[in-house]
Design a protein around this ligand. Structure first.
Ligand code: CIR
Length: 253
């Protein structure tokens, strides 16, 4: 059972966050309101939420998911691949050390964004992307193995992160979109393709029995509900302008 989540308040500099979209910069006040609603949604799913203060040094620092992987056995501080994000880990390290006895790190030349890591059942899939390289993925697989866990590599074509295009629910149910449809790595799962115009909803989270999904994707919501999952949605449209999804805004453990 997941009991806690770590989030970081968006900073004013979020208007300069990295993006691959042409949706324009987020509105800061709207982003703050959406972030508060996101925290409330996590609380509604039964989580205690640890709120970290805004960090103006790092425009993307509200996307805390990328800087650490929290497993049942240990925490791994990543080494984010975007130069403007690599140092975000420094501020997160002491927070993680409060909650984990065993904390591992990814070293240079490794690059690893945890948005590229998907836990499906007991296995971690690691996307090779512009943010995650072979060294980062190999280091992670070695760390996981030392703690009795397993990981393997998935090659990505066009998405920013692995979890940009997919999400894992439960009982083998996997939400997929775009380049992940028919990917051989996932044929053993019950893959649930989402319509192309609602692909962003593949980044959804199962938290203590409820699937937390982004607002605005009615077809994807109906598909998930038809699988028997209760769904809760929250509006993250300001974060979507800068490539953020539901999972990116928190670290859950
Ligand atoms: C970035 O480009 O790093 C941010 N603008 C978006 C990060 C999204 N994080 C995630 O998918 N885990």
């Amino acid at each position: 059972m997941i009991t806690q989540a770590i989030v970081r308040t968006p900073c004013n500099a979020i208007i300069n966050a990295l993006t691959t979209t042409d949706m324009g910069p987020p509105d800061y006040q709207a982003a703050l309101c959406q972030h508060t609603a996101y925290i409330n949604a996590l609380r509604d799913c039964g989580l205690d939420v640890i709120e970290l203060p805004a960090d103006e040094n790092f425009p993307d620092s509200t996307f805390v998911e990328d800087v650490a992987l929290l497993t049942p056995q240990c925490a791994i501080l990543t080494r984010p691949g975007a130069p403007s994000r690599t140092q975000e880990v420094i501020a997160m390290a002491p927070v993680i050390q409060e909650y984990y006895e065993s904390v591992e790190i990814i070293d240079a030349p490794g690059m690893l964004d945890a948005g590229d890591i998907l836990l499906a059942g007991e296995h971690y899939y690691i996307g090779l992307s512009t943010r995650t390289n072979r060294s980062g993925a190999d280091q992670l697989i070695n760390i996981l193995a030392r703690y009795g866990m397993s990981g393997s590599i998935v090659r990505l074509n066009s998405v920013l992160h692995l979890k940009t295009g997919m999400g894992y629910l439960d009982h083998g149910d996997m939400l997929i979109s775009g380049e992940f449809v028919n990917k051989p790595e996932f044929t053993a799962f019950h893959t649930i393709p989402l319509p192309e115009d609602e692909a962003a909803a593949a980044n959804s989270l199962l938290i203590n029995g409820t699937v937390l999904m982004p607002d605005g994707y009615p077809k994807a919501r109906a598909i998930v509900e038809a699988q028997g999952y209760p769904v809760k949605t929250t509006d993250i449209s300001e974060f979507e302008k800068i490539d953020g999804g539901i999972s990116c805004l928190s670290l859950r453990f």
